[in-house]
Design a protein around this ligand. Structure first.
Ligand code: ADP
Length: 413
């Protein structure tokens, strides 16, 4: 039995082999709770008692963990049981690793940001070890860092745009006369300034998404027409890159075994997020596919999901790199990618935006043969779509507003 089980003791005494382990638990700043299979608290360390503000170990022992460990999302949103990873991990005996949430602690319901983990013991009792640590300081540091990057990017964007503008003028035969050598130098400088401009724009988006300032504004959307319209903007760029570009081709390699062309697929998404996601995936497909290759884009309804795929026959991604490409600043490093410009932020931004809309993004690829990026978003029924559209139109009639986004809802109106 753990020494912390004692109703009177909160400090371990040296009377057994577990002394050092007990001492460690008694002195660390992380909260540790051990429950039985059913989630009843068997043991609680002093840091957990303080963080949970439960007045003493004796008040916690024998209680269901859920009575003390009440969580809301890190942004302060209420979590339903299905959305609460702690409840899910405890119910299904799954591990949970460093989930960032807000703890609602003690009688005063004080909010404490924590990172919480669950480990299930491989013993008969299936004990669960819940650990949680206060991340207030980490969040403050991250937020300061983000603030700095955001201010710096914002300040640098304007001069970079101006440099890019003047270099464009120098390259334009109608506004400047330059010799061939100068043209080569200025072209290189122009490309670099465009790269820098893109980097600052992506960095600004990263900081806004990371600190929750860029929240999705959901609206009902017909996905097939909308994604087609976004894709159509790239027909010229693909042609210039000598690529075959098809929307709705139902390319067999594109969607695993689902063959439902000409569907109408409804979703409830942020249209600007969707546009940015598609821009990134299509620009990458063009960038990483050598001339003569093909790009296929499809949207399909797959049960309760709307599934988009962007498939290319380009350079592909190695099995080592594929696990990292959605990380911040990650770029696959090989002879092909070294000559292709990029910031390594695009796919990170795609992931952030997709997840903010309750979706999932992943890639499948064969190195040297091509890649498929999938985006799966929650789907809504036709009736749900109609209902939401009527609600929006009614709200507009009550309070007239400026016209909505230039991408409409897929020609359904
Ligand atoms: P970047 O600005 O470098 O393109 P991204 O975050 O968009 O950054 O992509 C990260 C990395 O993933 C890229 O550097 C590249 O190595 C790889 N990648 C992304 N899309 C593709 C693709 N369609 N084909 C091959 N590799 C890709």
């Amino acid at each position: 039995m753990s020494l912390f089980n004692s109703k009177t003791q909160t400090r371990p005494v040296n009377n057994g082999n577990n002394f050092l382990a007990e001492l460690a638990l008694a002195t660390i700043h992380d909260g540790v709770i051990i429950t039985n299979r059913a989630g009843v608290i068997q043991s609680i360390n002093p840091a957990a008692v303080i963080m949970l503000d439960c007045g003493g170990a004796e008040n916690a022992l024998g209680l269901d963990y859920g009575l003390l460990l009440k969580l809301e999302s890190i942004e302060g949103r209420e979590l339903s049981e299905n959305e609460n990873p702690l409840i899910q991990a405890m119910r299904t005996n799954q591990q949970l690793e460093n989930y960032a949430a807000c703890l609602i602690a003690g009688p005063s319901a004080k909010r404490i940001p924590i990172a919480i983990s669950v480990v299930v013991a491989n013993n008969n009792e299936n004990n669960k070890i819940i650990t949680f640590r206060n991340i207030t300081k980490e969040l403050a540091e991250e937020s300061e860092q983000a603030e700095f990057i955001s201010t710096a990017s914002h300040e640098m964007r304007t001069p970079v745009a101006s440099i890019e503008g003047y270099l464009s003028l120098a390259l334009n035969p109608q506004t400047a006369t330059i010799d061939e050598r100068a043209r080569n130098y200025i072209t290189a400088a122009h490309n670099a300034s465009q790269h820098l401009g893109r980097l600052f724009r992506d960095l600004l988006d990263v900081t806004k998404l990371d600190d929750g300032h860029l929240r999705p504004h959901f609206e009902p959307v017909e996905m097939v027409g909308t994604v087609k319209r976004i894709s159509d903007n790239y027909i010229t760029a693909a042609r210039n890159a000598k690529l075959n570009f098809q929307f709705g081709s139902n390319n067999p390699a594109a969607i695993n075994g689902i063959s439902k062309l000409n569907q109408v697929v409804y979703s409830y998404v942020d249209i600007n997020f969707l546009q940015e996601i598609m821009n990134n995936l299509i620009e990458n497909a063009i960038k990483y596919t050598p001339a003569g290759g093909s790009i296929y884009i499809n949207v399909l309804g797959d049960g309760d999901r709307a599934l988009i795929n962007v498939t290319d026959t380009g350079i592909g991604i190695s099995s080592d790199d594929i696990h990292h490409i959605f990380q911040k600043f990650y770029r696959a490093d090989n002879s092909d990618t070294r000559t292709i410009g990029g910031t390594g932020l695009g796919l990170y931004l795609v992931k952030q935006r997709v997840e903010a809309m309750g979706g999932r993004v992943w890639a499948e690829s064969a190195f040297g043969e091509g890649s498929t990026f999938y985006v799966s978003l929650p789907r809504i029924s036709g009736e749900e779509y109609e209902k939401r559209m009527i609600a929006i139109n009614n709200a507009k009639m009550v309070a007239p507003q400026a016209p909505a986004n230039n991408i409409n809802q897929g020609g359904q109106q």
